[in-house]
Design a protein around this ligand. Structure first.
Ligand code: ZN
Length: 281
């Protein structure tokens, strides 16, 4: 007869075995806890990333400087700012071609600053070949084309003065035809609340932009900096913003200094200076 061996545990061995089982379950529990916490941590981290994207929003700010081509006040200072700026050069003046060429060579964006008749103001402020309401369609075409020839490297145009013309459907339509033909953009400086640029540019499928804020006109640096700050806030809120300043008596060196001094603040707030053409229109 085969003997059956029974394994007989002592009481102390049973207790030890129970202890080991207990420890195993304890370790298993801890491990589960760890993985659960880890996954919670991951999802919390993902949530944090989402929020920080919102907090770290960036804004694109295009600063356009008008009135190059004549007055030297601030030209040198503007040309020394090492950021993306767009320079609007008036045609038919003594420094038109010189300023356009230098700006292009230094890496700035160049556009034509088209002189257009205002409701109020002197026609003499418009230079030798302004676009006035009495011109024929053909003359508007000729002058605008010549203006582009006189401002080499121009990739767009905006308005000098022009509160009367920007509300004139016939002339704006003529100008925008040439803009479309040249494949460049038009920036409405919005010197008139009655501007028809948006409506006609949309109808014709022309690339166009609109100014948000003027920077100078008053000649204190603090005022220009305050305007730049507002332009930056618009850029952060809407994603983009267009500000217009000037060389010459309306701003010049003061505007250039204000821009230079605001650069660290723009960098800190994630406001990126871009050319107008780098903005979505
Ligand atoms: Zn101007």
């Amino acid at each position: 007869m085969k003997r059956v061996h029974f394994i007989v545990f002592k009481r102390s061995q049973v207790i030890n075995l129970l202890k080991i089982i207990f420890i195993c379950f304890f370790i298993l529990g801890l491990s589960l806890q760890f993985f659960i916490n880890k996954s919670l941590f991951v999802s919390e981290k993902a949530y944090t990333v989402d929020t920080s994207v919102k907090e770290n929003s960036t804004g694109k700010l295009a600063i356009v400087i008008d009135d190059f081509g004549s007055d030297r006040n601030g030209v040198k200072e503007m040309m020394s700012i090492k950021r993306h700026l767009t320079f609007a050069v008036m045609p038919f003046l003594s420094y038109s071609q010189i300023d356009a060429k230098e700006a292009f060579e230094k890496g700035f964006e160049v556009i034509v600053h088209l002189p257009m008749e205002p409701v109020n103001g002197k026609i003499s402020w418009l230079g030798p070949k302004p676009i006035v309401s009495t011109l024929s369609d053909n003359d508007v075409y000729m002058i605008t084309s010549e203006a582009f020839s006189d401002v080499p490297y121009a990739v767009g145009a905006n308005i000098h003065m022009g509160s009367k013309i920007s509300a004139d459907e016939r002339i704006i339509s003529d100008v925008l035809d040439i803009i479309k033909e040249k494949g460049v953009y038009f920036l409405d400086s919005k010197t008139s609340a009655k501007s028809v640029v948006r409506q006609i540019a949309t109808e014709k499928g022309v690339t166009f932009y609109e100014r948000d804020i003027f920077l100078d006109g008053q000649t204190t640096k603090e005022h220009v900096k305050e305007q730049l700050r507002k332009a930056g806030e618009i850029a952060l809120k809407n994603g983009k913003s267009i500000a217009i300043g000037h060389v010459g008596i309306e701003g010049g060196k003061i505007t250039a200094q204000a821009i230079q001094e605001m650069l660290p603040e723009f960098d800190k707030k994630n406001i990126q200076l871009v050319f107008v053409s780098e903005l979505e229109n």
